[in-house]
Write a protein that binds this ligand. Structure first.
Ligand SMILES: [Zn+2]
Length: 81
């Protein structure tokens, strides 16, 4: 089930596709996103909502699935998968 507070899955997946295998901090992910979508709403973009091995209360539809964007290394640190 996806949350009303999760957006930008497709945009994020596309931006992260050139960073596959890289380990990024939450701030770096936001910086990359902001560069491409300057008007985005920060509260709707949480990398932890798009993890294959971590889930939040109301994550993105990709959470824990093969379509997930990140693997969570630790709080605020993610590997692009
Ligand atoms: Zn997602």
């Amino acid at each position: 089930m996806s949350s009303a507070f999760v957006r930008y899955h497709n945009e994020l997946a596309e931006l992260m596709s050139i960073h596959k295998g890289e380990i990024l901090q939450c701030q770096e992910i936001h910086a990359i996103f902001k560069k491409n979508f300057p008007d985005y709403d920060k509260k709707y973009l949480q990398p932890s909502d798009h993890c294959v091995d971590h889930t939040n209360k109301a994550p993105c539809h990709c959470s824990t699935k093969i379509t997930a964007i990140f693997s969570r290394i630790q709080r605020g640190v993610y590997r692009v998968i």
